[in-house]
Ligand binder design. Sequence first.
Ligand code: MD3
Ligand code: FE
Length: 216
Amino acid sequence: MSDLFDLIIPPNPPREVMADGAMLLRGAALPYETDILTAIQTIATRSPFRHMVTPGGYVMSVAMTNCGAAGWVTDRTGYRYDALDPESGQPWPVMPASFLDLAVSAATEAGYPDFMPDACLINRYEPGARLSLHQDKNERDFANPIVSVSLGLPATFQFGGLKRNDPVRKFALRHGDVAVWGGPSRLRYHGVPKLKDGEHGTVGRMRLNLTFRGAL
Ligand code: MD3
Ligand code: FE
């Protein structure tokens, strides 16, 4: 016999545990969509999207910019967080209040109530762009989770283990999805295979991904 509330309360927002410490909040960014897209335009005016170079000399197919006290950068000398945008020589644009609000509420919902991001990396995927399997380990304190927000075209997300050759599971990340990666999942390998072509109604022919980090 099912409880009356099970019948009348819609399963909204749906959430899914991907692994220990990793939670997917489907559609959690939808109320913030307009604010986020407007803010990204403003951020990109001061710190434009650019294709950074890896230490190995490869130009990344994903275009990136940042906002917040620190931004993730790569060049021939290595990966790091920097308070200044190396292209402008100026600090990265301030993290908008709506970004902070979304990241903190998602982290709280996933069981990380003390998360306060100081860096937001913004990834722009055009069709064909990809991010090969990697770990995020340039942050100072792995006790902080990473919160990621997906907008625009859908992507397959590869979620592996703590070793590069561990088996990988696939998840679809769609417009408005928010994921929180913490605890034992914080250092899992992950990647995004080539983005398929398509056209999203509000975002256009691209996928945007924001990752909120405690970097400093
Ligand atoms: C799992 N971005 O920016 S977001 C990255 O879709 C990055 O642009 C991908 O990987 C993207 O570093 C994936 C999902 C994600 C982000 C960070 C993680 C998953 C993670 C850190 C640890 C484990
Ligand atoms: Fe990553």
